[in-house]
Design a protein around this ligand. Structure first.
Ligand SMILES: *Cc1c(COP(=O)(O)O)cnc(C)c1O
Length: 398
């Protein structure tokens, strides 16, 4: 079991009386992550970036093994980048797509993925269709099977949406897509770091994720898993001297591993911080993190549901640590602001980020609270009191 007191002691941002409920936005790093990043910046200032990186070459290389352990794959199948979206775009652009092809997305598709999907589909003459959800908000497997045929080249799945506690049944959907030869690209931006997300269990072809959310790494970091068997079938764009080599005046050779998707330049301090975050996560244990987040998230969700005039908006049978809700009579932005005044950090999820789901449910803006394992039950209870006060008009904006 994870002890939230020692987890909080190990988190510089937990030193005051802040209640931090935004790990789905940008979490608080543990001390080893912060120290690693700061120390490397100092070292770069002393000896220059090249020598500083050389000194940490082994750790930078070990980073692939660390994330291979996190993602249940081999180090050759891992690439790093500067964001989840960059990783996602690298994968998406590499998937061959032509006129008449079909792309399937789900109702919880994230705007950052939907925009490139729609634009590229339009450009090449492919179609984009939405797989309907079941009543509980899960992707409907019968509906998916009905939509699948050999023209479907890609199924884009989101493991955990940005706007609520739903967890997608990735394994079953992936197996169905593979039967017709479609590739499966999994956006695991909101799951890696709080929920087990392993390529060897889920069977997906790609996984993309970020450092800054549940992984508790630095901003401006991301990672990508690409299945080895799929790598050679992909169209590699935006390759520089990291992903390829200039072997003769008119000849280049590309790498055969996932690093073909990396660029030569990157923030070394941030990468080291990401690797430190990966190590930290593995040391705590991903199943242990999962049960701690499940328990703290459930306490918050159940407590909110008991408050008169508060509606919880989370879908699905299995839930993540993301809790979304609204308070009758007070707009979400105001609730976030009022919570902030009482030192409770939350954020707003708005319709354009998850357009299909939010539109279907008639939601415009909802409050998102995402407690990690370093949040104590007492802090959740404090949050519930503040929400109760907001509902009762005892904490007002005026
Ligand atoms: C945050 C988020 C992303 C994008 O992450 P970036 O770090 O901005 O690249 C992608 N998908 C989901 C579901 C997200 O919540």
């Amino acid at each position: 079991m994870i002890d939230f007191t020692s987890a909080a002691t190990d988190t510089p941002g937990c030193a005051g009386d802040q209640v931090f409920l935004d790990s789905a936005g940008s979490s608080l790093p543990p001390r080893p992550v912060l120290d690693t990043v700061v120390a490397h910046l100092h070292r770069e200032a002393e000896v220059g970036g090249y020598r500083a990186a050389q000194e940490r070459a082994e750790e930078l290389e070990d980073g692939y093994t660390v994330f291979a352990d996190v993602l249940g794959c081999s180090p050759e199948e891992v690439a790093f980048s500067d964001s989840a979206t960059r990783s996602w775009l690298s994968a998406f652009q590499a998937i061959p797509l032509t006129e008449g092809d079909r792309v399937l997305i789900t109702e919880i598709e994230y705007a950052g993925n939907a925009i490139p999907i729609l634009r590229r589909a339009q450009a090449v003459g492919a179609s984009v269709e939405v797989v309907p959800s079941t009543a509980s908000g899960e992707v409907s497997l019968p509906a998916l099977r009905e939509l699948l045929d050999e023209r479907v080249k890609l199924l884009s799945l989101v493991h955990a949406p940005t706007n609520g506690g739903l967890l997608t049944s990735v394994k079953e959907a992936t197996a169905a897509a593979h039967e017709v030869g479609a590739l499966v690209l999994l956006d695991a931006c909101q799951s890696v770091g709080q929920v087990e997300c392993r390529a060897d269990e889920l069977g997906v072809d790609f996984i993309t994720g970020t450092g800054r959310k549940w992984v508790r790494g630095p901003r401006g970091t991301g990672f990508l898993y690409v299945k080895r068997a799929v790598l050679e079938t992909l169209v590699k764009e935006n390759v520089d001297l990291r992903g390829g080599s200039w072997t003769a005046r008119d000849r280049v050779r590309l790498r055969e591993d996932a690093k073909v998707f990396e660029l030569w330049e990157y923030g070394v301090a941030d990468r080291l911080g990401l690797v430190a975050a990966g190590r930290y996560m593995l040391k705590l244990g991903i199943p242990e993190i999962y049960s701690a987040v499940q328990s703290i998230g459930a306490r918050l969700r159940e407590g909110l549901a008991r408050i008169d005039g508060v509606r919880v908006h989370d879908l699905g049978e299995r839930r993540s640590g993301i809790v979304t809700f609204s308070v009758e009579g007070t707009p979400a932005t105001e609730v976030v602001e009022l919570l902030g005044r009482r030192n409770v950090t939350t954020t707003v999820s708005s319709r354009p980020s998850t357009l299909i789901d939010m539109s279907r449910r008639g939601l415009e803006e909802i409050v998102r609270a995402s407690p990690h394992y370093f949040v104590s039950p007492q802090q959740v209870d404090t949050t519930l009191e503040v929400v109760q006060d907001i509902r009762g008009g005892r904490t007002s904006a005026r």
